[in-house]
Design a binder for this molecule. Structure first.
Ligand SMILES: Nc1ncnc2c1ncn2[C@@H]1O[C@H](COP(=O)(O)OP(=O)(O)OP(=O)(O)O)[C@@H](O)[C@H]1O
Ligand SMILES: [Mg+2]
Length: 497
């Protein structure tokens, strides 16, 4: 580095919008002038604070910043950038500009990582998304050592440098002490969670769960306290069809960007999210200052279970209407929009009234039946209309539970569900709960029954469509090519609540 000519280093990184990683070039220039350290290029405060972390990390390596003008430019300049993961590319750029790391070693790499004051490289969100994007852009990836396996899931041939600290990284890039290659991660066995065999009796509820799982249908369960609604919902993931490779990557990317991906693992079974009813709208559908994904996106390709549904704030219940239909969420900020996938299976549970015993004359409170109408009214008509299946869960007496034989296990139910699900994908490329009316092929007797019921029950067009979808799933579970009257009749019985 001469004293007059400015020294310039360039390294790639990424900024995230939803699960999309957009390439950003980090330029570091050291030139003569009054000593300063400036970061430009629509950077947020977290990036501006990089200066102090990088300065301290270099000093921990025994290096002092040159007493010159240091300019960091993040380009494209008109793209908003956020995240402490810019620490690492800024630090690497500085080391290159200072002549400590040879520039050719990093020219085909992108870097992401947060740096601590002692020079350690800490994990950051979105490494999987960055690894996938690096492979697309023919780049290698420099990332925190603790996230090497996450990066490896992005692509088996991706060049990865996973370093625990800036000092170790610098030694590797200077060819002094090489880091080990990152092996292919071992696929972890699927975790199915609680099992259906624990549920005694409850044949109708089990049947409804099987239909819901097979067609990925939305379901509302209403029943008295202790009737087993939460227990049923928590067992639904154990019988859901397997995720495809594409679904695994999508769900894992959403978890990665939220910082919730288990170390070195992918989301290889449908996710199950059960937020508490004191949640907020941004936590549920996404948002907040960083436009983070909400529970609906974390439940993408899986289940969103809302227990005590009427107790959720009205804004949350109504806020679900759009993602349920669209399968994605758009978070608008002043300058840009962020999209997240949100194709989830909505499962809701509620008591029929506040005391929960409106149908039990001996136990109901003195406000029955009015309290039940008020309580149910907390869920708007349009939201109820979006439920494919609505069922009443009957309570079993403790004696009936203790005498009932052990139920069918999840391992026995799962193949039936998988078979019915595979049929849907072969036939129409999507599952029945996403099927559009043009895919409907019904026998005349089923259509006549549906038309009569639509008039009698005053079903909306959406209600009829959803009933048809459920009927199709019932026929698929039976292995029937066409939908008959009995399938439509059973589907209708689940809209009577
Ligand atoms: N059919 C059943 N088989 C086995 N256990 C059952 C059954 N029904 C209820 N239970 C037991 O009762 C407990 C209460 O069930 P759960 O919490 O699912 O009820 P709930 O309907 O969600 O009640 P609440 O409305 O109060 O939330 C469960 O932990 C479970 O052990
Ligand atoms: Mg419950």
């Amino acid at each position: 580095m001469t004293s007059t000519a400015p020294s310039l280093a360039r390294i790639k990184s990424f900024t995230f919008s939803g699960i999309e990683a957009t390439p950003v070039t980090v330029e570091v220039q050291i030139s003569t002038g009054l000593p300063s350290f400036i970061i430009v290029g629509m950077a947020t405060r977290a990036i501006a604070e990089s200066r102090e972390r990088v300065r301290a990390a270099l000093s921990a390596m025994g290096l002092a910043l040159p007493p010159k003008r240091i300019l960091v430019n993040l380009t494209p300049a008109d793209l908003p950038k956020d995240g402490a993961h810019f620490d690492l590319p800024i630090a690497i750029g500085l080391l290159v500009a200072m002549g400590i790391i040879p520039s050719e070693t990093i020219s085909s790499f992108a870097a992401l990582g947060e740096i601590t004051l002692d020079g350690s490289i800490n994990p950051v969100r979105g490494i999987l998304c960055a690894a996938l994007a690096s492979a697309t852009h023919n780049l290698g990836l420099i990332c925190p050592a603790s996230q090497s396996q996450e990066a490896r899931w992005g692509h088996p041939d991706l060049p990865i440098i996973a370093a625990p600290s800036l000092r170790v990284l610098s030694a590797h890039l200077r060819n002094e002490q090489l880091l080990p290659a990152i092996p292919a991660p071992l696929p972890q066995p699927p975790h199915y969670g609680p099992d259906f065999k624990d549920i005694k009796g409850m044949q109708q509820a089990r049947r409804v769960m099987e239909i819901a799982a097979a067609g990925r249908h939305s379901l509302l369960m209403s029943g008295p306290p202790g009737s087993g609604k939460s227990m049923l919902a928590s067992r639904l993931p154990s019988i859901l069809p397997d995720l495809t490779a594409e679904e695994i990557l999508q769900s894992s990317q959403i978890h990665s960007i939220s910082g919730l991906l288990p170390p070195g693992q992918l989301i290889n079974r449908p996710p199950y999210r059960a937020p508490h009813h004191n949640t907020t709208l941004p936590a549920l559908v996404g948002g907040g200052p960083k436009a983070q994904p909400g529970e609906v996106s974390l439940a993408h390709n899986g289940v969103l279970f809302l227990d005590e549904f009427p107790e959720f704030p009205r804004s949350c219940i109504e806020g679900l209407r759009q993602p349920v239909e669209a399968g994605e969420v758009t978070i608008s900020r002043a300058a840009h929009h962020t999209h997240y996938p949100a194709r989830f299976q909505l499962i809701a549970a509620m008591n029929p009234c506040r005391c929960g015993y409106v149908h039990d004359v001996e136990r109901s409170c003195n406000k029955a039946p009015r309290c039940s109408q008020d309580y149910a009214a907390r869920i708007s008509g349009p939201m109820m209309d979006r439920m494919d299946l609505c069922v009443h869960i009957h309570s079993l007496s403790p004696l009936a539970i203790s005498r009932a034989p052990e139920g069918e296990s999840s391992a026995e139910i799962r193949p039936r569900v998988q078979k019915a699900y595979d049929k849907q994908i072969q036939r129409q490329g999507i599952c029945n709960s996403q099927m559009t009316p043009e895919n409907f092929f019904f026998e005349q007797d089923a259509l006549t029954l549906a038309e009569q019921a639509a008039l009698r029950l005053k079903l909306s067009h959406r209600g009829i469509t959803r009933m048809f979808r459920v009927a199709r799933t019932i026929a698929d579970l039976e292995g029937s090519e066409t939908v008959h009257k009995q399938h439509a009749a059973e589907a209708l019985s689940y809209r009577m609540l």
